[in-house]
Design a binder for this molecule. Structure first.
Ligand SMILES: [Zn+2]
Ligand SMILES: [Zn+2]
Length: 252
């Protein structure tokens, strides 16, 4: 049994276990076996298991996020050491949220647009022409808050997590080789590295960090904060893989 087959033991809305047996024929596990296996995995690979359940929307991400915060603190990155305790906590919490969002995108086909927080519109201050002005009467123009269509999601409030390079297929047509051989040749998509989903743009995390550290340099960003995000995302995948191994071992 693998992690991917776990969510079907949960009803979609409530976190309660249901007694529907797995649809796949070869799986001879019953609900009692599955619950016992889960208990084992939870004790042997708590972080990976919490991460996976949170990613699938089966449990809230709090436990996973707290564990990731501890991990980020223990990295002892020099960029974070210089900060006050409050700023450090705030930044770590932001980096962890970002890393978790990036990791959990692999499970979703659509996510809330981060540019407009799902609203589909963005508040901007603009000159609004109240009266265009005619001869003898001055134009009446006021600066007002107006809602502008979010261009990132085109007002939909959500975006597809499928990679834009390969549309979620993971592979693209290798035009050079296709021309050379005269038959379609595919290659791993360079944009997503074959992962099929697009990453959350790190510029958004940088903007958040910049609010707390106004004089942020490129060097500080890449060697400090961006590096922590990368390590956190890698950690998520490693922990999930470890939980997967544990689950396979107990349900073999
Ligand atoms: Zn948007
Ligand atoms: Zn791709």
């Amino acid at each position: 049994m693998n992690l991917e087959s776990l969510p079907k033991f949960y009803s979609p809305k409530s976190p309660k276990l249901n007694d529907v047996s797995p649809a796949t024929g070869g799986d001879a596990l019953n609900i009692t076996d599955v619950m016992a296996a889960q208990g084992m995995v939870q004790s042997k690979a708590p972080l990976g298991f919490d991460l996976f359940l949170a990613k699938m929307g089966i449990q809230p991400p709090d436990a996973a996020v707290n564990a990731l915060k501890k991990y980020a603190m223990a990295l002892n990155n020099p960029a974070l050491k210089k900060l006050s305790d409050d700023s450090r906590q705030e930044i770590i919490s932001c980096l962890v949220q970002f890393a978790f969002a990036d990791y959990s995108r692999s499970a979703a086909s659509k996510v809330v647009c981060v540019h407009c927080s799902g609203a589909g519109v963005r508040r901007v201050v603009q000159d609004v022409i109240k009266h265009p002005g005619v001869k003898g009467v001055a134009a009446n123009i006021k600066r007002e808050d107006v809602d502008e269509l979010c261009l990132h999601c085109n007002g939909k409030g959500e975006v597809s997590t499928a990679c834009r390079g390969c549309k979620g297929k993971g592979t693209v047509l290798d035009e050079k080789r296709t021309r050379l051989h005269g038959v379609p040749v595919v290659k791993i998509c360079g944009r997503c590295n074959g992962n099929r989903y697009s990453r959350v743009p790190t510029t958004l995390a940088r903007a958040a960090v910049n609010k707390i550290v106004p004089d942020l340099t490129d060097y500080q960003w890449y060697s400090g904060y961006a590096d922590i995000i990368n390590r956190l995302v890698t950690k998520c995948w490693q922990e999930e893989a470890f939980a997967e191994t544990q689950l396979r071992n107990v349900t073999r």
